[in-house]
Design a protein around this ligand. Structure first.
Ligand SMILES: [Mg+2]
Length: 323
Protein backbone atom coordinates (compact mmCIF):
# COMPACT_ATOMS: atom_id res chain seq x y z
CA UNK A 1 0.00 0.00 0.00
CA UNK A 2 1.31 3.47 -0.81
CA UNK A 3 0.69 6.65 1.11
CA UNK A 4 -2.35 7.59 -0.97
CA UNK A 5 -4.03 4.24 -0.38
CA UNK A 6 -3.42 4.67 3.35
CA UNK A 7 -4.99 8.14 3.31
CA UNK A 8 -7.98 6.94 1.28
CA UNK A 9 -8.60 3.87 3.31
CA UNK A 10 -7.83 4.91 6.89
CA UNK A 11 -7.66 8.69 7.20
CA UNK A 12 -10.09 10.23 4.69
CA UNK A 13 -13.09 8.60 6.43
CA UNK A 14 -12.04 10.39 9.65
CA UNK A 15 -12.41 13.74 7.89
CA UNK A 16 -15.55 12.91 5.92
CA UNK A 17 -18.09 14.59 8.16
CA UNK A 18 -16.34 17.95 8.12
CA UNK A 19 -16.41 19.97 4.91
CA UNK A 20 -13.51 22.19 5.96
CA UNK A 21 -11.13 19.24 5.63
CA UNK A 22 -12.14 18.94 1.93
CA UNK A 23 -12.03 15.15 2.25
CA UNK A 24 -8.22 15.42 2.67
CA UNK A 25 -7.96 15.86 -1.13
CA UNK A 26 -6.34 19.31 -1.05
CA UNK A 27 -3.04 20.70 0.24
CA UNK A 28 -4.55 22.23 3.35
CA UNK A 29 -7.80 22.57 5.28
CA UNK A 30 -9.92 25.73 5.53
CA UNK A 31 -10.96 26.74 9.02
CA UNK A 32 -13.38 29.47 10.08
CA UNK A 33 -13.59 30.16 13.81
CA UNK A 34 -17.15 31.15 14.80
CA UNK A 35 -17.75 34.90 14.89
CA UNK A 36 -16.27 36.52 17.99
CA UNK A 37 -13.90 33.60 18.70
CA UNK A 38 -10.16 33.19 18.39
CA UNK A 39 -8.22 30.15 17.26
CA UNK A 40 -6.34 28.22 19.97
CA UNK A 41 -3.56 25.99 18.62
CA UNK A 42 -1.37 23.47 20.44
CA UNK A 43 1.05 20.75 19.40
CA UNK A 44 2.36 17.76 21.29
CA UNK A 45 4.41 14.80 20.11
CA UNK A 46 4.68 11.36 21.68
CA UNK A 47 7.60 9.00 21.16
CA UNK A 48 7.84 5.29 21.80
CA UNK A 49 9.94 4.59 24.88
CA UNK A 50 9.29 8.08 26.28
CA UNK A 51 5.52 8.70 26.25
CA UNK A 52 4.36 5.15 25.71
CA UNK A 53 6.02 1.83 26.31
CA UNK A 54 5.30 0.19 22.97
CA UNK A 55 3.12 -2.72 24.10
CA UNK A 56 -0.08 -0.65 23.84
CA UNK A 57 -2.57 -1.27 21.04
CA UNK A 58 -2.21 1.23 18.17
CA UNK A 59 -5.77 2.34 19.04
CA UNK A 60 -4.68 3.31 22.56
CA UNK A 61 -1.58 5.09 21.23
CA UNK A 62 -3.82 7.10 18.89
CA UNK A 63 -6.11 8.05 21.75
CA UNK A 64 -3.21 9.08 23.99
CA UNK A 65 -1.87 11.28 21.19
CA UNK A 66 -5.22 13.06 20.89
CA UNK A 67 -5.72 13.28 24.63
CA UNK A 68 -2.41 14.92 25.52
CA UNK A 69 -3.27 17.57 22.92
CA UNK A 70 -6.86 17.88 24.14
CA UNK A 71 -5.46 18.46 27.60
CA UNK A 72 -3.73 21.59 26.29
CA UNK A 73 -7.07 22.78 24.89
CA UNK A 74 -8.61 22.17 28.34
CA UNK A 75 -5.81 24.17 29.94
CA UNK A 76 -6.70 27.18 27.80
CA UNK A 77 -10.46 26.78 28.31
CA UNK A 78 -10.86 26.11 24.58
CA UNK A 79 -13.51 24.07 22.82
CA UNK A 80 -11.58 21.59 20.67
CA UNK A 81 -12.41 21.54 16.96
CA UNK A 82 -10.01 19.38 14.96
CA UNK A 83 -6.46 18.16 14.50
CA UNK A 84 -3.63 17.54 12.07
CA UNK A 85 -1.37 14.51 12.32
CA UNK A 86 2.29 13.84 11.60
CA UNK A 87 3.21 10.17 11.82
CA UNK A 88 6.82 8.97 11.62
CA UNK A 89 6.52 5.20 11.27
CA UNK A 90 8.92 2.29 10.78
CA UNK A 91 8.60 0.79 7.29
CA UNK A 92 7.34 -2.43 8.88
CA UNK A 93 4.04 -0.69 9.82
CA UNK A 94 1.23 -2.76 8.32
CA UNK A 95 -2.49 -2.54 7.59
CA UNK A 96 -3.46 -4.03 10.94
CA UNK A 97 -1.58 -1.23 12.67
CA UNK A 98 -3.27 1.49 10.59
CA UNK A 99 -6.71 -0.07 11.06
CA UNK A 100 -6.32 -0.15 14.85
CA UNK A 101 -4.80 3.35 14.95
CA UNK A 102 -7.66 4.79 12.88
CA UNK A 103 -10.17 3.01 15.13
CA UNK A 104 -8.68 4.73 18.16
CA UNK A 105 -8.80 8.11 16.45
CA UNK A 106 -12.43 7.59 15.48
CA UNK A 107 -13.41 6.62 18.99
CA UNK A 108 -11.97 9.75 20.56
CA UNK A 109 -13.14 11.98 17.70
CA UNK A 110 -16.65 10.97 18.69
CA UNK A 111 -16.00 11.30 22.39
CA UNK A 112 -14.57 14.80 22.15
CA UNK A 113 -16.42 16.12 19.08
CA UNK A 114 -13.35 16.70 16.91
CA UNK A 115 -12.39 15.91 13.32
CA UNK A 116 -9.23 15.11 11.39
CA UNK A 117 -8.18 18.09 9.25
CA UNK A 118 -5.02 16.86 7.56
CA UNK A 119 -1.61 15.37 8.13
CA UNK A 120 1.47 13.68 6.85
CA UNK A 121 2.96 10.18 7.10
CA UNK A 122 6.66 9.42 6.63
CA UNK A 123 9.00 6.56 7.32
CA UNK A 124 11.60 6.56 10.06
CA UNK A 125 14.57 4.30 10.77
CA UNK A 126 14.07 4.92 14.48
CA UNK A 127 11.28 4.57 17.06
CA UNK A 128 7.62 5.31 16.40
CA UNK A 129 7.10 9.06 16.67
CA UNK A 130 3.67 10.67 16.46
CA UNK A 131 2.61 14.27 16.61
CA UNK A 132 -0.69 16.12 16.49
CA UNK A 133 -1.61 19.76 16.19
CA UNK A 134 -4.94 20.50 17.87
CA UNK A 135 -7.17 23.43 16.96
CA UNK A 136 -9.94 24.86 19.09
CA UNK A 137 -11.53 28.16 19.96
CA UNK A 138 -12.57 30.48 22.74
CA UNK A 139 -14.47 33.76 22.72
CA UNK A 140 -11.91 36.52 21.98
CA UNK A 141 -10.02 37.45 25.15
CA UNK A 142 -11.58 34.71 27.30
CA UNK A 143 -8.85 32.04 27.15
CA UNK A 144 -7.39 30.79 30.44
CA UNK A 145 -3.70 31.58 30.86
CA UNK A 146 -0.83 30.82 33.22
CA UNK A 147 -0.50 34.46 34.17
CA UNK A 148 -3.14 35.94 36.47
CA UNK A 149 -2.69 34.10 39.78
CA UNK A 150 -2.72 36.49 42.76
CA UNK A 151 -1.48 36.20 46.32
CA UNK A 152 -4.45 35.03 48.39
CA UNK A 153 -5.91 32.86 45.59
CA UNK A 154 -6.60 29.23 46.36
CA UNK A 155 -4.76 26.55 44.41
CA UNK A 156 -6.74 23.66 42.93
CA UNK A 157 -6.27 20.45 40.96
CA UNK A 158 -8.83 18.33 39.13
CA UNK A 159 -9.01 14.55 39.58
CA UNK A 160 -6.29 12.69 41.44
CA UNK A 161 -2.53 13.23 41.21
CA UNK A 162 0.25 10.66 40.89
CA UNK A 163 -1.69 7.89 39.11
CA UNK A 164 0.09 8.43 35.78
CA UNK A 165 3.54 8.30 37.37
CA UNK A 166 2.63 5.10 39.22
CA UNK A 167 1.09 3.74 36.00
CA UNK A 168 4.42 4.10 34.16
CA UNK A 169 6.10 2.11 36.89
CA UNK A 170 3.43 -0.58 36.67
CA UNK A 171 3.86 -0.68 32.87
CA UNK A 172 7.60 -1.22 33.37
CA UNK A 173 7.01 -4.14 35.72
CA UNK A 174 7.11 -2.43 39.11
CA UNK A 175 5.69 -1.88 41.68
CA UNK A 176 4.63 -5.49 42.06
CA UNK A 177 3.18 -4.74 45.47
CA UNK A 178 -0.07 -3.42 44.01
CA UNK A 179 -3.15 -5.63 43.73
CA UNK A 180 -4.22 -6.59 40.22
CA UNK A 181 -7.13 -4.15 40.45
CA UNK A 182 -4.87 -1.26 41.47
CA UNK A 183 -2.34 -2.15 38.79
CA UNK A 184 -5.01 -2.09 36.09
CA UNK A 185 -6.39 1.20 37.34
CA UNK A 186 -2.98 2.90 37.42
CA UNK A 187 -2.01 1.48 34.04
CA UNK A 188 -5.22 2.79 32.53
CA UNK A 189 -4.63 6.25 34.03
CA UNK A 190 -1.20 6.31 32.36
CA UNK A 191 -2.30 4.91 29.03
CA UNK A 192 -5.54 6.83 28.62
CA UNK A 193 -5.46 10.10 30.53
CA UNK A 194 -8.77 11.98 30.70
CA UNK A 195 -8.32 15.51 29.41
CA UNK A 196 -10.59 17.85 31.40
CA UNK A 197 -12.04 19.51 28.33
CA UNK A 198 -15.45 20.40 29.80
CA UNK A 199 -13.99 21.60 33.08
CA UNK A 200 -11.51 23.85 31.26
CA UNK A 201 -14.30 25.53 29.33
CA UNK A 202 -16.37 26.03 32.46
CA UNK A 203 -13.44 27.54 34.40
CA UNK A 204 -13.44 30.61 32.17
CA UNK A 205 -14.52 33.54 34.32
CA UNK A 206 -13.77 31.60 37.54
CA UNK A 207 -10.06 30.64 37.41
CA UNK A 208 -7.44 33.39 37.54
CA UNK A 209 -4.79 31.11 35.99
CA UNK A 210 -4.76 27.58 34.62
CA UNK A 211 -2.55 24.94 32.99
CA UNK A 212 -2.50 21.19 32.60
CA UNK A 213 -0.11 19.05 34.63
CA UNK A 214 2.02 16.99 32.27
CA UNK A 215 5.57 17.17 33.63
CA UNK A 216 4.96 17.12 37.40
CA UNK A 217 2.80 19.16 39.78
CA UNK A 218 5.55 21.24 41.39
CA UNK A 219 7.45 21.96 38.19
CA UNK A 220 4.28 22.92 36.34
CA UNK A 221 3.11 25.07 39.24
CA UNK A 222 6.48 26.80 38.84
CA UNK A 223 5.32 27.97 35.38
CA UNK A 224 2.15 29.53 36.81
CA UNK A 225 4.19 31.19 39.57
CA UNK A 226 6.76 32.54 37.12
CA UNK A 227 4.17 33.88 34.69
CA UNK A 228 2.10 35.38 37.51
CA UNK A 229 5.06 36.66 39.63
CA UNK A 230 3.88 34.86 42.76
CA UNK A 231 4.87 31.99 45.04
CA UNK A 232 2.77 29.09 46.28
CA UNK A 233 2.26 26.82 49.25
CA UNK A 234 1.03 23.25 48.80
CA UNK A 235 -0.28 21.17 51.70
CA UNK A 236 0.68 17.65 50.71
CA UNK A 237 -2.12 15.97 52.74
CA UNK A 238 -4.69 17.96 50.71
CA UNK A 239 -3.55 16.53 47.36
CA UNK A 240 -6.31 14.19 46.10
CA UNK A 241 -5.03 10.63 45.68
CA UNK A 242 -6.83 7.66 44.17
CA UNK A 243 -7.49 4.60 46.28
CA UNK A 244 -4.92 2.70 44.21
CA UNK A 245 -2.27 5.38 44.76
CA UNK A 246 -3.03 5.46 48.49
CA UNK A 247 -2.45 1.72 48.67
CA UNK A 248 0.80 1.74 46.69
CA UNK A 249 2.54 4.95 47.79
CA UNK A 250 3.54 3.87 51.33
CA UNK A 251 5.31 0.84 49.85
CA UNK A 252 7.54 2.58 47.31
CA UNK A 253 10.65 4.76 47.45
CA UNK A 254 10.18 8.52 47.03
CA UNK A 255 6.39 8.60 47.47
CA UNK A 256 6.38 12.41 47.77
CA UNK A 257 8.36 12.87 44.55
CA UNK A 258 6.12 10.41 42.72
CA UNK A 259 3.07 12.54 43.47
CA UNK A 260 4.67 15.98 43.31
CA UNK A 261 7.09 15.49 40.43
CA UNK A 262 5.92 12.35 38.61
CA UNK A 263 4.07 13.88 35.67
CA UNK A 264 1.67 12.26 33.19
CA UNK A 265 -1.30 13.48 35.22
CA UNK A 266 -3.06 15.52 32.52
CA UNK A 267 -5.21 17.07 35.23
CA UNK A 268 -5.86 20.82 35.44
CA UNK A 269 -3.94 22.97 37.91
CA UNK A 270 -5.62 26.32 38.50
CA UNK A 271 -6.07 29.22 40.88
CA UNK A 272 -9.20 31.07 41.94
CA UNK A 273 -10.07 33.64 44.60
CA UNK A 274 -11.58 32.24 47.85
CA UNK A 275 -15.01 33.61 46.83
CA UNK A 276 -15.06 31.10 43.96
CA UNK A 277 -15.11 28.08 46.29
CA UNK A 278 -18.90 27.67 46.11
CA UNK A 279 -19.04 27.95 42.32
CA UNK A 280 -16.26 25.37 42.07
CA UNK A 281 -17.94 22.81 44.27
CA UNK A 282 -21.16 23.26 42.27
CA UNK A 283 -19.16 22.75 39.07
CA UNK A 284 -17.47 19.63 40.47
CA UNK A 285 -20.88 18.15 41.28
CA UNK A 286 -22.33 19.08 37.91
CA UNK A 287 -19.45 17.62 35.87
CA UNK A 288 -18.90 14.75 38.32
CA UNK A 289 -15.20 15.64 38.55
CA UNK A 290 -13.16 15.86 41.70
CA UNK A 291 -11.84 19.37 42.32
CA UNK A 292 -9.47 19.60 45.26
CA UNK A 293 -7.98 22.64 46.96
CA UNK A 294 -4.33 21.81 47.59
CA UNK A 295 -2.92 25.08 48.88
CA UNK A 296 -2.69 28.76 48.14
CA UNK A 297 -0.86 31.41 46.20
CA UNK A 298 1.46 33.62 48.25
CA UNK A 299 3.68 36.61 47.67
CA UNK A 300 7.27 36.01 46.55
CA UNK A 301 8.56 33.46 44.08
CA UNK A 302 9.04 30.25 46.08
CA UNK A 303 7.03 27.06 46.11
CA UNK A 304 6.80 25.37 49.49
CA UNK A 305 5.31 21.95 50.10
CA UNK A 306 4.24 21.09 53.66
CA UNK A 307 4.02 17.50 54.88
CA UNK A 308 1.53 15.88 57.25
CA UNK A 309 3.24 17.49 60.26
CA UNK A 310 3.25 20.96 58.69
CA UNK A 311 7.01 20.78 58.04
CA UNK A 312 8.52 21.86 54.76
CA UNK A 313 9.40 19.01 52.38
CA UNK A 314 12.75 19.09 50.60
CA UNK A 315 12.26 17.52 47.16
CA UNK A 316 14.97 15.68 45.26
CA UNK A 317 13.31 16.66 42.00
CA UNK A 318 10.46 18.89 40.87
CA UNK A 319 9.37 17.26 37.64
CA UNK A 320 10.17 15.57 34.40
CA UNK A 321 12.84 17.10 32.18
CA UNK A 322 12.85 16.09 28.51
CA UNK A 323 16.51 16.93 27.97
MG1 LIG B 1 0.25 21.69 28.62
Amino acid sequence: MDEFDIIDRYFAPLAAENQNALGLTDDAALVHPPTGHELVIAKDAIVQGVHFIGDETPADIARKLLRVNLSDMAAMGAKPYGYLLALMLPSSTDNTWFASFARGLREDQKRYGITLLGGDTTHTQGELCLSATMLGWTPVGAALKRRGAKAGDDLYVSGTIGDGALGVRVARGEPRIASRESRNYLLQRYRLPEPRVMLGQRLKGIATSCMDISDGLVQDLGHICECSHVGAKIDFPLIPLSQAARAVLPKIQSPYETVLAGGDDYELLFTAPPEAAKALSALARKLDIRIGRIGSIVKGNRIKVMNEQGKMLILKRRGYSHF
